[in-house]
Design a protein around this ligand. Structure first.
Ligand code: ADP
Ligand code: MG
Length: 255
C-alpha cells in the first residue's frame, strides 16, 4: 500500500428529503488499500459507495478519487460542479460490483465483460475480446464465456460481474454486499476472487458482513452507524477490540 490517497471523503452530508442519511463522513483510502465497511442496515453504507461513484450528488462536503474532485459543494454554495461528461469519465475509473450482480441478461458472459470498453470507450471489439477472455479466466469462469447469465450459478454470475467491473481497468473497485444474495456454499468462490484482487494491489472498498474476510483481507475496517463512521482502524482493533458500544453490539450479532 502506498501513502498516496486514492479516495478522500470529507464532511459528506446527504439527505433524501427530510431523512439525513450521511451526517458528515470523512474517510481516506490509500492506493492499494482494502477497506471493509460494516454497519447495520440503513446506516448509509450503500449511499456512501454511491456518493463515491457519483451515482448520488452529495449535499455538502466532497469526494475525490485519484486526486480528482468527483463532487464539491459546501453548505449550499456551489464551489465546483463537474460537468456530466467529466463525471462519466471519472466513473469509468471506478468499478462497481452490486449485491444483485446486474449482468445484462441478453448478453453472454464474454459480451457482458466486453460491453463497457466497446460501448463507452469505443474500442474495437476484436481488441477487447482477448482482454475480456483473460478477465473471465482470472475469475475462474473462462469456460463460461458463451453462457448467458441465466445459465450460470449466482457465484458464477457474481464472478462475471467482477470481471466486468475490471474491464475498464479501474483504479478503484467498490463492492456493495457482493455475497449477500448468494447461497452460502457459493460465497467462498466469490470471496476467493476478491482476495486475489486485493493481493494484486487493487484499491477496494467493500461493504460486507463477512467478518472472516474482513479479518484476513482488510487493511482497514470501518464501522458505520446512523450516517456516521463510528470507528475505523485495522481489523485487530475494530474487530478484535472494538471501543464503541455500538460496534460491540453489532459484532455480537454478526459473529
Ligand atoms: P445501508 O446500505 O447501510 O443499508 P443505505 O445507504 O442503503 O443504507 O440507506 C440509508 C437510508 O437511506 C435508509 O433509511 C434508506 O431507506 C434511505 N435511502 C436510501 N436510498 C434512498 C433513496 N433513493 N430515496 C430515499 N431514501 C433512501
Ligand atoms: Mg446497502
Amino acid at each position: 500500500m502506498s501513502d498516496e490517497v486514492m479516495v478522500r471523503v470529507r464532511g459528506v452530508h446527504k439527505s433524501y428529503g427530510a431523512l439525513e442519511v450521511l451526517k458528515g463522513v470523512d474517510l481516506d483510502v490509500r492506493t492499494g488499500e482494502v477497506a471493509v465497511v460494516l454497519g447495520p442496515s440503513g446506516s448509509g453504507k450503500s449511499t456512501l459507495l454511491r456518493s463515491i461513484n457519483h451515482l448520488e450528488k452529495v449535499d455538502r462536503g466532497y469526494v475525490s478519487v485519484g486526486g480528482e474532485l468527483v463532487g464539491y459543494r459546501r453548505a449550499g454554495t456551489r464551489l465546483h460542479e463537474l460537468k456530466e461528461r467529466e463525471i462519466l469519465k471519472q466513473r469509468t475509473q471506478i468499478g462497481f460490483v452490486f449485491q444483485s450482480f446486474n449482468l445484462f441478461p441478453h448478453l453472454t458472459a464474454l459480451e457482458n465483460v466486453a460491453y463497457a470498453p466497446v460501448a463507452s470507450q469505443g474500442r474495437p471489439r476484436r481488441d477487447v475480446l482477448p482482454l475480456a477472455r483473460s478477465l473471465l479466466e482470472r475469475v475462474g469462469v473462462g469456460d463460461k464465456a458463451d453462457a448467458y447469465p441465466r445459465q450460470l450459478s449466482g457465484g458464477q454470475q457474481q464472478r462475471v460481474a467482477i470481471a466486468r467491473a475490471l474491464a475498464l481497468q479501474p483504479r478503484l473497485v467498490l463492492f456493495d454486499e457482493p455475497t449477500s444474495a448468494l447461497d452460502p456454499e457459493l460465497v467462498g468462490e466469490v470471496l476467493d476472487v476478491m482476495r486475489d484482487l486485493a493481493r494484486s494491489g487493487t484499491t477496494m472498498i467493500v461493504v460486507s458482513h463477512e467478518i472472516g474476510f474482513a479479518r484476513e483481507v482488510a487493511d482497514t475496517v470501518v464501522f458505520m452507524d446512523d450516517g456516521r463512521i463510528v470507528e475505523q482502524g485495522p481489523p485487530s482493533e475494530v474487530l478484535g477490540a472494538p471501543r464503541h458500544e455500538r460496534t460491540k453490539a453489532f459484532l455480537a450479532k454478526v459473529l
